[in-house]
Ligand binder design. Sequence first.
Ligand code: GLA
Length: 718
Amino acid sequence: MKIKSFLSLCLLATASTVAADEFIKINTDQIGMVLRVKDNGRLYQSYLGKRLANDNDLQHLPQGNEVYLTHGMEDYFEPAIEVHHNDANPSLLLKHVSHEQKNIQPGVDETVITMQDDKYPVTVKLHYVSYAKENIIKTFTEISHQEKKPIQLERYASAMLHFSRPAYYLTEFSGDWIYEATMSTTPLNFGKKVLDTKLGARANMFTPPMFILSLDKESNETEGEVILGTLGWTGNFRFTFEVDNKKDLRVIAGINPYFSEYSLPKGETFRTPDFYFTYSDCGRGQASRNFHDWARKYQLKDGQEDRLTLLNNWEATYFDFDEDKLVELMGDAVKLGVDMFLLDDGWFGNKYERHSDTQGLGDWDETKHKLPHGIQKLVDEAAKRNIKFGIWIEPEMVSPKSELYEKHKDWVIHLPNRDEYYFRNQMVLDLSNPEVQDFVFGVVDGLMTKYPGIAYFKWDCNSPITNIYSPYLKDKQTHLYVDYVRGLYKVLDRIKAKYPKLPMMLCSGGSGRIDYEALKYFTEFWASDNTDPIQRLFIQYGYSFFYPAKSMSAHVTTWNKNASIKFRTDVAMMGKLGFDIKLSDMSSDDLTYCQGAVKNYKRLRPAIMEGDLYRLVSPYEGLRTHAANQFVCKDKDKAVVFAFDVYPGYGEKLLPVRLQGLDANKQYRVKEINMMPGQGSSLEGNDRVFSGDYLMKVGLNLFTGNKLYSRVVEITAE
Ligand code: GLA
């Protein structure tokens, strides 16, 4: 329905009433957002929370704050947008012109609100896409103008949200390489809390673009009102949380405006990245499940399809391998029963052979003496064994010691008149340059053309943008952070168009680059280079708030051998299972155990990959001694529980863990699986039948007093 201007609607209103406000409702099944056009033409956010039942009540709502606050007018806090006009006037006043609401696909509606400045020809379109069943709202903004010369965009948020509550608690996910997504919560009081990054590529090394906002009081898995928000942008982002003098909270999400003033020519449209959020009034668990369901259905590459289990050679060999060693590892992959062998870093470069991370990036030819018969031989060896073959690349990067650098210094982001400095001995190629985009696309396309048998890529990105200056952008240097990301998307679009079914892992020295726009192109991401299973419990827990298990690669390695192979594998089974280990590091019992675990993992895919996640016990809880997660199939006929005793205290009182998400009226057989050979289960009630009601009200005694002990329990409806 196209709704003309607010004014014309008011004219239709009954003669006796003063011009009534117009309401724009953006709804999902559970969430309601109400925007209000006032008679001054300005747009306010009157409501955001649990969907209201009666439209008649909308008129009672408070006016609220202006939806997309602009710089230079009456507001004294952080604006969503700042535009400098041709005459250097830096202000913007946005008034509602029209809005349109339509169904864009089954279960998905879009609202587009067109706003204009009546003194300057600048148009801002606010988009809200609502996913009814999944309860996700996606927002983005389009900015365009008809001024003679380019206008300067100083800030250009994807979205602004307003809250008026007695208290706010922000949970952030921050850290660094090898301790990603560490969670901490802080109350928000007057002033600003900013979460941002300025790293360009590997943009999320210190913090990914995701947050949990608890309203009124702190939330937990099953209680409290929460907003989960995340930005789809594979570059610098900024979230600003500002509590004003009235104790109202404004949340601004978008590209980080730091060194990113953007010059927009007449007639062109600047489209911001997408900001996605969900709301739940029954805690964080439901909010996460909203994101998982939405991601699998609408966002994640091949979100509803299976994933390949694999053996990766990285931690098994690092750079020290040759053809024979790799072929031997393929044999290990077959014995383990996984689907694929993945060849990691160190296979390329001849003049500057990639024997360490000091050289070779950019020269994507097989190192002759390591792989005398080339990649084809490896593809063939994998095929002989009936497994797939995948390969690691880091195509956006260049080593100063490489032929590429010698040939194409003009393709490298680097400052004139300065010494270069390196992050992991490498530099970043200038993806704002279309020639570089062709080159990066050519890395994948070249390999796929030469070796069509390659079934998978691990795409790495180990450096932030350093020495920040683009030889290509010349006098538009402040476009680099934005145009780099847009260049990356152009490359990824081409790859997806030519190889639509090619699975790819997004890696960035662990998860230094993870967001939902990137995951349109990647089937999974590498959660961390840290594969110590105890640390992984925390890292995977953090990411699980936004990302479903099938997207989160988790490998069994030799990190922390104090933990048994069982403990290490049980942790990895809560994600996309893989191995980064050689069988010579395992006993024969370990191997037998792993073979069984891989089989169980494949069998339990409908629960782990497609089901609902319930975080039963947080590893952060109490003295950080236990953790437990449960995955439940959509039909509630099957569930699997993972329970971990990390470091139980002496004499600690162990309580049963109540399960969630089962059907209270069904009868379930409880059976411990993933047992080491010859070991019996000590689980109380093992192989007995319980009602869903009992399991959810009383629970199971999953935990023990043993250190580094783990348990996997299969729950099957009878
Ligand atoms: C990064 C990745 C690792 C591995 C190495 C190879 O650190 O996160 O998994 O691929 O690069 O150099």
